[in-house]
Structure formats: structure tokens, C-alpha cells
Design a protein around this ligand. Structure first.
Ligand code: MTE
Ligand code: MO
Length: 322
């Protein structure tokens, strides 16, 4: 993509791999046809590999509306954003996701919507991509571990998806679940957290126009290590709220417990709004290390998005509701 300095892979290298993948796919289909004569025809209906990728590709190549919402700060290098990650499904080391996330089975993909909605069920990702238009948002990302990045995401507002499925008067919280697949996600064979990874937002946070369901970054489809094929981005909250590889969205009347709350409620609250005045019990949150920069910069209240989101927390004691 011409917009960024760090394309994922040069076009010349992409083509042979795509050809290779197609051939493999073709061979597999060939076997399936041969063996399927005596099987139910329904097995053909479940195979729809590449369907979402085929919708996403032309959309990413079109001219997307773009909003710069990181105060003009420089983008983090693509290389840093894809090699320094938290994705505990692949291990707790920062390089583990880059090394192991090729095992993430992203195709086909659907999100199951449950709970307090008019329309529920498993929705293929291609249907979501066809129904809603993509946009680019450049946001700061502040991890609770006191490092940060600036990332150009591409996605759809979560509100667009939820509105399509019809919220009810009992729709008070939105719970998200990442893919659970310990055979492929090696970290899930260890009890790092209570799998699957679960996060949640209050409905007004979920419906806020800044809250994005991201399917790409730096003009490309979402790299596996960043939460392919679809992940949440909530820029005013610590990074752990921005749950990756979403398989389930459940709308609830009562607040659910998130994975990090369950693991350590003293250290990780439900809200997890970026707040330089509320320290983590083990470290200060007043400053942060911007990946790619030397020294530290001041952490901004709500990660710099206070004008947009402070009204959501009016009258709340943010020391208590951390
Ligand atoms: N499923 C899942 N989602 C996750 C995580 C994780 O371990 N598993 N880590 C979170 C944390 S702590 C951060 S800081 C961000 C990191 O996103 P990035 O690797 O794309 O920068 O993802 C969040 N989403
Ligand atoms: Mo994080």
C-alpha cells in the first residue's frame, strides 16, 4: 500500500504464496469431491474458504475515508506493531504472537451473536463486511504495561453491527469472547487466564463512535498476531480491553466478569480507562514508553480522548471505578 512505509510483504513475494495456497485449496477440494459421493450434500455448504478475504481485499484497495485521531503523532513502524504484541493465546512473550500466530485458523470465520438482540445467530464475516462500510482510524494504543503505539486501523464502528441486530431495552452490556481452540492456540493449553479470553463494555461505551471492530491495519488485512480476522479497538481504554480474534458477542442485562478481572480484580478493573492518576498496584501509570521512541512521555487522561468520552463517566469516582 502506498500510504505506509512498511508494506507487509512486497507484491512480488505475495503472488507465489497465493498461487500456492489456491493450489492446495484446489487439491483439498478435489479430494473432498472424490470422497463425498456417499456423504450428505450439506458438507459442501459449510466449505466457503476465502469468502471473507475475497470481500475484504477490494474494500481495502478502495479509497477509504480516513480520520487522524492521534494528534498528528507519528505512526508506529509496522514492523514494531507486528512483532511486539500481547496475544496470550500464543504465549506471554512479546514475540510469541509473531512466531506462532500462523496457527490461528482464520478462514472461514463467523461471529456468533447471542443474548438481548432482536436478531441473533452465527454471522459469517463476509456478511458483516458486505453490510457495513470500512473506514480508517488512526488511534493511540496504550497498554496497561505502560508502553504505547500509534496505529492506523481499518474497520467498522461496533455501533453499526449492533444496530443491525436490534438492541432491546435490556441491552445493557456487551461481552466479547475470543476464539477457543487449544489445538491450534498453544497458549490455551496453559492456564494463563481462564480461557477463552473475555472482555466487555457498557452499552454506551460499545455504541460510542470511537469504538471500532477492526479488520485491518496499515492498509492491509489484520495480521494474525494483531487479532485476525476481526478484533475490537477501544482507544481510550487500556489495550487489554481491545480483544482479538472475536468469535462471540453476547448482549447482556447484567455486567459480566472479564478475564482480567477474574484473574486479578485489584489490578484490572471493568472500566480500565487510561488514567495517569490511578496507578497500577505494581507500577505508575503517569508515563509511558512510546515504542520506537527513547525516553517516556506523559500519559493523557482517557489516552487523549477525553473531549469525546469523558461525559460517559460523569459523576463516577474514577479512583473507585478503575
Ligand atoms: N484475545 C486476546 N486479545 C487481546 C490480548 C490477548 O492476550 N488475547 N491482549 C490484549 C493486550 S494486553 C493488548 S495491549 C492488545 C495488544 O494489541 P496489539 O498486539 O495489536 O498491539 O491486545 C489485547 N487483546
Ligand atoms: Mo496490554
Amino acid at each position: 500500500m502506498p500510504r505506509y512505509r512498511y508494506p507487509v510483504i512486497p507484491e512480488s513475494e505475495v503472488t507465489p504464496k497465493a498461487v500456492f495456497d489456491n493450489r492446495r485449496h484446489f487439491l483439498r477440494q478435489g479430494f473432498a469431491v472424490g470422497a463425498a459421493v456417499m456423504l450428505a450434500p450439506s458438507m459442501f455448504l459449510t466449505k466457503n474458504a476465502h469468502a471473507w478475504a475475497d470481500v475484504l481485499k477490494p474494500a481495502l484497495e478502495s479509497d477509504l475515508p480516513s480520520q487522524e485521531l492521534a494528534g498528528g503523532e507519528a505512526l508506529t513502524d509496522f514492523r514494531d506493531a507486528t512483532t511486539y504484541n500481547n496475544f496470550y493465546e500464543f504465549g506471554t512473550g512479546k514475540r510469541d504472537p509473531e512466531v506462532f500466530a500462523h496457527n490461528l485458523p482464520v478462514d472461514p470465520w463467523s461471529i456468533t451473536l447471542e443474548g438481548e438482540l432482536d436478531k441473533t445467530g452465527a454471522i459469517p464475516l463476509e456478511d458483516i463486511l458486505k453490510r457495513h462500510s470500512l473506514e480508517e482510524r488512526i488511534y493511540r494504543l496504550r497498554c496497561v504495561e505502560a508502553w504505547s503505539m500509534v496505529i492506523p486501523w481499518i474497520g467498522i464502528p461496533l455501533a453499526d453491527l449492533l444496530n443491525h441486530h436490534g438492541l432491546t431495552s435490556r441491552s445493557k452490556y456487551v461481552e466479547f469472547e475470543s476464539l477457543y481452540d487449544p489445538d491450534n492456540l498453544r497458549g490455551q493449553r496453559r492456564s494463563i487466564i481462564d480461557w477463552p479470553y473475555r472482555e466487555a463494555l457498557r452499552i454506551d461505551e460499545a455504541m460510542h463512535p470511537l469504538t471500532l471492530l477492526a479488520v485491518g491495519m496499515y492498509g492491509e488485512k489484520m495480521p494474525n498476531q494483531n487479532g485476525a480476522p476481526i478484533r475490537l479497538v477501544v482507544p481510550w481504554k487500556y489495550g487489554f480491553k481491545s480483544i482479538k480474534s472475536i468469535a462471540k458477542i453476547r448482549i447482556l442485562e447484567e455486567p459480566p466478569t472479564t478475564s482480567w478481572q477474574a484473574r486479578n480484580p485489584e489490578e484490572y478493573g471493568f472500566y480500565a480507562n487510561v488514567n495517569p492518576d490511578v496507578n497500577h498496584p505494581r507500577w505508575s501509570q503517569a508515563r509511558e514508553r512510546r515504542i520506537g521512541e527513547s525516553g517516556r512521555r506523559e500519559t493523557l487522561m482517557f489516552n487523549g480522548y477525553g473531549d469525546e468520552v469523558a461525559h460517559l463517566y460523569k459523576g463516577m469516582d474514577l479512583q473507585k471505578h478503575y
